[in-house]
Design a protein around this ligand. Structure first.
Ligand SMILES: [Zn+2]
Length: 508
């Protein structure tokens, strides 16, 4: 089966065929770095990560460009309020975004570019649009003349008849009912950052930034452009108009858009008190891997209803997979092979691949692997699993994890690495085990869930030291002390698993 994706441009599922052999040019609209990104933003970024991983899995060589919008209405407003230069103000959020990305195991795009580093290229494109009659100046600003571009509205399917020629809008964001000539270049305003350019002093509008940065690195026509559904209008519609008017060529071949994330069935908003950045969730003790899993688990064109219940389930699902892999590698099985079981592992792999080829149906891809885990666990319990079967199951797990990236337990180490030591100490326990910890630091969350916390966590080195001491005690046949150490570790949330090859440990 070949990859089929839903193209917003044609409004249907289409077979994906890149412009050049197995090379894919992809542009994703990055964050506007005026605040910490919220989980709705990360829903889109996780989807784009899954997309890029799947393209690579299918053997494509990827050139993925992501921009950082560090000049627009929002960044200017906030930097002014903070009394900082645009660069100083946005730097903090660029750094935070990078840290968040690593915590969520988002792969780095091949090229990440700041809008303010491409101002000259924006000026050139605007000059071309003026020369070709698609743009005009008014009071120091330059506007795109929507009526001059006959294909305007092709992505959004909007009716242009209501648009009054020459009516203009200066804001970067507006709705379809306000479709009108939009600003490519905004005249200098008192107290705002500006660039001295052949267009006059001013700064670029938001939409021109992405047209310029995408074509600069990917060419005038490229394969994939993606973002959240809220970007379809006006941002992407305007990108198409600017780019195609300037080059006379099709701009993008496949447009992919991720649906909204809602929280407990409601639109996320600060006024409803259900607005969460990634950092808000970390502060409440949730693991980055569980957040990634939850954001990835719902296919990107469906609304994702984010709940804390869902986060708990995500954490449990990950544990189940990790425990299965541990069992697969640590438990001793009788020699030989069970061909039927190996076929089961390969069939699961096939089902996972088919699901991903079907417009990245992550829910089915997860289902395929969990069904396999259930069957394998049953076979192990009944003594039907053979040592020679390990490889087939490990192979399917490894392939699956190339996309989902949650099997390695990196949360604790990475949180500490990035300065979230407190958060790492206070991981929320999966709900099923919360009862055992009641009275030892359980707390009630805003949404009513009662959640137990690990009272104490040890560093990796401390754990290794305890295990070494326990081994020493066992060698000396001091089993009482060895047992005590094991129990103490367990209280601190560390589980030991003894096997022929030594003692492995993991955090609960
Ligand atoms: Zn963009």
């Amino acid at each position: 089966m070949s990859l089929r994706i839903y193209n917003t441009l044609g409004g249907q599922l289409e077979e994906f065929k890149p412009l050049r052999d197995n090379q894919v040019g992809m542009y994703t609209c990055g964050p506007t770095v005026y605040d910490f990104a919220h989980i709705g933003n990360y829903r889109t970024f996780v989807f784009q990560d899954i997309l890029r991983r799947w393209l690579k899995y299918r053997g494509y060589t990827l050139r993925h460009v992501m921009n950082l919008t560090d000049v627009d209405d929002n960044t200017i407003r906030n930097s002014k309020a903070a009394g900082l230069s645009l660069r100083e103000y946005t730097e903090k959020y660029v750094d935070a975004f990078q840290v968040d990305r690593q915590l969520l195991s988002l792969e780095d795009p091949e090229i990440v570019v700041r809008a303010t580093d491409s101002i000259n290229d924006m000026v050139k494109l605007i000059q071309t649009l003026v020369e070709k009659g698609y743009a005009y100046a008014s009071e120091g600003s330059i506007y795109f003349r929507v009526a001059a571009f006959k294909n305007y509205g092709q992505l959004t399917k909007i009716d242009l008849s209501g648009i009054r020629d020459g009516a203009r809008i200066d804001a970067d964001k507006y709705d379809k009912n306000n479709a009108r000539d939009f600003a490519l270049w905004k005249a200098r305003k008192e107290g705002e950052p500006f660039w001295e350019t052949p267009l006059g002093p001013g700064r670029p509008g938001w939409h021109i930034e992405c047209s310029v940065m995408s074509m600069k690195y990917l060419g005038e026509t490229f394969d994939i452009h993606s973002g959240g559904v809220d970007l379809i209008f006006p941002h992407h519609e305007n990108e198409i108009a600017q780019s195609e008017a300037a080059t006379g060529k099709p701009f993008v071949r496949y447009w992919l858009h991720a649906e909204h994330l809602i929280v407990n069935g409601e639109k996320m908003s600060k006024s409803l008190g259900n607005f969460y950045t990634l950092r808000d969730l970390l502060a409440q003790g949730y693991k980055p891997s569980a957040i990634r899993y939850l954001l990835a688990a719902v296919p990107y064109r469906r609304h994702l209803n984010f709940t804390f219940e869902g986060l708990h389930q995500a954490q449990q699902s990950i544990e189940r997979l990790r425990n299965f892999r541990l069992r697969l590698t640590q438990e001793s099985f009788s020699a030989g092979e069970n061909k039927a079981l190996q076929d089961r592992a390969r069939a699961a792999c096939q089902a996972f691949e088919d699901a991903m080829d079907d417009n990245l149906n992550t829910a089915e891809a997860l289902g395929a692997v969990f069904a396999m885990v259930r069957d394998a666990n049953t076979a192990m319990d009944h003594g039907e699993f053979r040592a020679g079967d390990r490889a087939a199951f490990l192979d399917t797990l490894e392939r699956w994890d190339r996309i989902f990236a949650v099997l390695e337990d990196t949360d604790y180490g990475e949180l500490r690495q990035f300065g979230f030591a407190k958060e790492a100490r206070e991981f929320v326990k999966p709900k099923t085990e919360a009862g055992a910890l009641e009275g030892t630091g359980a707390r009630t969350m805003g949404n009513g869930h009662r959640i137990g916390l690990q009272v104490e966590s040890l560093t990796d080195e401390e754990i290794e030291r305890c295990i070494a001491e326990r081994n020493e005690m066992r060698r000396k046949s001091n089993f009482a002390r060895a047992d005590e150490i094991r129990q103490n570790l367990q209280k601190a949330g560390v589980i030991l698993e003894d096997s022929k090859v030594g003692t492995r440990w993991k955090r609960k």
